[in-house]
Design a protein around this ligand. Structure first.
Ligand code: BES
Ligand code: ZN
Ligand code: ZN
Length: 483
């Protein structure tokens, strides 16, 4: 779905919208410019963070949204999102929050567009009321027209990710996903290559083939590429695209299998980011590999005890077919390394252990190069995404020693440090360039990718689109810092 049309206006008086949203600061007496405290108090408005109250004042429809007691770009993004989320039935909105900088205006634009999202499982009927236009009051803040455009592109990328991830798995097989990418990129100038299962087998992608072979709906590896002429750097993105993860023969219990349609969110993320980078015309070459497979149970499924040969020749003893993400990602990382890029970033809903360690709102980031991991982390935090650096302890890979193959995909019976062990496995498939490892960052978004609870800030229920904006920011900074 397309995001609402975004624009900037100078003052609330310029608003032609059906409803204007005003920010309210909390304090001993709540305050909103142009309204007296008595009115606010009479309406029960306290300025409490994300509290949204609708009212009609002097015959005009308005709403108030609580800012809490501090105003930062991150807070503004969340609050604007919360406001629009609860006003999603109003076709045109104006938003007046206390902004003083272009960055803050951009945060409000972004948050508002993100909060307007809802997954539409049926066609919109005529007369459905949804947000179509959002005008943000910029006041005296200095804004360039580029701000509106880049906020819109980032928000669209998040919407695209959410739409793909929220799609029920019967309606999004690996082939459906690939077809959607081909159709949606037809007019963008991006190049797309789709490898079908025959080609995957021929070219040695044993991980993707092995995971996908239990499903009647075959796997795909989709490569999307943004190749601007002025690029001086090349980054390869790899995304986990398990369109449904039943666990395979190492079947998940029923309660854990629910929500496994979201197991393709990494692939959706790297895809949407690449489309957005092209729309922003970032002067950096970006290749995204989407490792798509469905992990199901049948007489053709990979068995625990099977040994598979991955792209590049390493062999893996499959001890647990539910540790399938690392198998498809390993093939993706080998392919990524073959291009000898400047850096590799992978995104995956890889481990339940990520949630045990960091919860549902903080993603884990690991890698082979501290400075690069730090750069990804910093860029993500700049756009309000929470990432936390986690180690890949050197000794851990020894836990995956196998008697029959180069390594095992999981240590059965071990639950300690599961997120780190998965990263240690992936690390084995990252190649070298000029004799040293290619800088690589791995982002485990298992928990944060999906909101199974109540909505908050700009985050709806279902797919969140986390990591999209952080990755975009990372790539944008890398493109600017290139010599
Ligand atoms: N897709 C899951 C990880 C996951 C779990 C994502 C919950 C989102 C929510 C992954 O394929 C998986 O099942 N991992 C196993 C690995 C284990 C068998 C070594 C896990 O984390 O339990
Ligand atoms: Zn699994
Ligand atoms: Zn999985």
């Amino acid at each position: 779905m397309p995001i609402p049309a975004l624009s900037i206006i100078a003052s609330p008086d310029d608003a032609t919208a059906e409803l204007i949203v005003h920010g309210v600061l909390a304090g001993e007496t709540p305050s909103a410019p142009g309204f007296d405290a008595e009115l606010l108090t009479a309406l029960g408005i306290t300025g409490k963070r994300e509290q949204v109250t609708r009212a009609v004042v002097d015959g005009r429809k308005i709403a108030f949204v609580g800012l809490g007691d501090t105003v930062t770009a991150d807070r503004l993004r969340e609050v604007a999102g919360a406001a629009v989320r609860s006003l999603r039935d109003v076709p045109s909105l104006a938003i007046s929050l206390p902004v003083t900088t272009g960055t803050e205006v951009q945060a409000v634009l972004e948050g508002a567009a993100l909060g307007a999202y809802r997954y539409e499982h049926r066609r919109r009927a005529e007369g459905d009321r949804v947000v179509c236009e959002i005008a943000v009051v910029a006041g005296d803040a200095e804004v360039s027209p580029y701000i509106v455009q880049s906020a819109g592109i980032a928000a669209q990328a998040v919407w695209t990710t959410r739409d793909l991830s929220n799609t029920p798995p019967n309606l999004l097989s690996p082939v459906d996903f690939a077809d959607r990418v081909v159709a949606e990129t037809a007019t963008t100038g991006l190049s797309v290559v789709v490898r079908d299962e025959e080609r995957l087998r021929r070219e040695g992608f044993g991980g993707i083939v092995g995971v996908g072979q239990g499903s009647s709906r075959p796997p795909r590896l989709v490569t999307v590429e943004h190749t601007p002429e002025n690029a001086t750097r090349h980054v390869v993105l790899v995304g986990k695209g398990i369109t449904f993860d039943s666990g395979g023969l190492s079947l998940k219990p029923a309660a854990s299998m629910q929500h496994m349609k979201y197991d393709m969110t990494g692939a959706a993320t790297v895809y949407a980011v690449t489309v957005a980078a092209a729309a922003l015309q970032l002067p950096i070459r970006i290749t995204a590999h989407l490792c798509l497979a469905e992990n199901l149970v049948s007489s053709t499924s990979t068995r625990p005890d099977d040994v598979i040969t991955m792209r590049g020749g390493k062999t893996v003893e499959v001890t647990n077919t539910d540790a399938e993400g690392r198998l498809v990602m390993a093939d993706g990382l080998v392919l990524a390394s073959e291009a000898q890029p400047d850096a590799i970033i992978d995104v995956a809903t890889l481990t339940g252990a990520q949630m045990v360690a960091l919860g549902n709102r903080v993603s884990g980031v690991m890698g082979n190069d501290e400075a690069f991991v730090e750069a990804v982390l910093r860029a993500s935090r700049e756009v309000g995404e929470q990432l936390w650096p986690m180690p890949i302890p050197e000794e851990m890979i020894g836990m995956l020693d196998s008697d029959v193959a180069d390594l095992m995909n999981a240590k059965v019976g071990n639950r300690a440090g599961g997120m780190l062990l998965a990263a240690a496995f992936l690390n084995e498939f990252v190649g070298e360039r000029d004799g040293s490892p290619i800088p690589w960052a791995h982002i485990d978004i298992a928990g944060p990718s999906t909101n199974t609870g109540s909505p908050f800030g700009f985050t709806p229920p279902g797919s969140t689109g986390v990591a999209v904006r952080g990755l975009l920011r990372t790539l944008s900074k890398m493109s600017r810092s290139a010599e």
